[in-house]
Design a protein around this ligand. Structure first.
Ligand code: ADE
Length: 223
């Protein structure tokens, strides 16, 4: 599952440039029986299988260092956000535990630092969610993409990004807003801030709850 992720554009380039190192470990290799079992039936009965402690935690021991942050991927975790991506981009070493979701032996949770979900839905495993999170983190690392490329990201200033346009100036009768063609940097900055506010208010009013608006933002909101 990780092949495509590790061998495409920005992530591939970041790895080649030494911006990040990625290792995949298969905890099935740590299983002790000849079937290489990593899960078993739940105590108390019920549907499905539960991930056992031993293979996973033996594997974890071989890769954990003093710098490691161990994250369990699970729909029961804290919901991932751009803020969490920025925080995690300052970590030296992150280990994502990806289980096929039916459940983990509860005692596995004693060995993790954080439990993270990518949203309120259940995936078949944690692999995709660990790639989602890795992607969001890696693009923030110095040297992965031009620094200014993520300063205007949606969410980075608590707002959705403003509308963007490229050539031609008119397409199918719709013109690019004149201010963007004016070359007037200050007017462009104001227009973008206003459009960011407008877009956030319409699409994601929840992002504005509890926000402390700057004086400039309040003025633009009144206009
Ligand atoms: N594993 C299964 N579903 C998940 C989710 N929503 N987030 C993170 N890991 C998961």
């Amino acid at each position: 599952m990780f092949e495509g992720f590790l061998h495409t554009s920005i992530i591939k380039r970041a790895i080649e440039k030494g911006v990040v190192e990625v290792e995949i470990h298969d905890f099935r290799e740590f299983a002790l029986d000849r079937h290489k079992s990593v899960d078993d039936t739940p105590y108390g009965g019920g549907q499905g299988m539960v991930l056992m402690c031993q293979p996973l935690l033996d594997c974890l021991k071989t890769i954990t260092t003093d710098d490691s942050l161990v994250i369990l991927m699970s729909p029961q975790g804290q919901t991932f956000s751009q803020k969490m991506a920025v925080d995690l981009s300052n970590e030296k070493h992150i280990i994502f535990i990806c289980g096929h979701y039916e459940g983990f032996d509860e005692r596995i949770r004693d060995y993790v630092d954080m439990e993270v979900s990518i949203g309120d839905y259940v995936l078949t495993g944690g692999e995709l969610s660990s790639m989602v999170i890795s992607d969001a983190i890696i693009r923030l690392l110095h040297g992965a993409i031009r620094q200014s490329s993520h300063e205007d990201d949606s969410f980075s200033n608590g707002l959705l990004e403003y509308p963007q346009y490229t050539h031609p100036a008119e397409y199918d009768g719709t013109r690019v807003p004149e201010v963007l063609l004016s070359g007037h940097h200050e007017n462009i900055r104001k227009w973008r801030l206003k459009e960011s506010l407008r877009r956030t208010m319409i699409r994601r009013p929840d992002l504005l709850e509890g926000r402390t608006f700057t004086e400039e933002e309040l003025k633009l909101l009144e206009e």
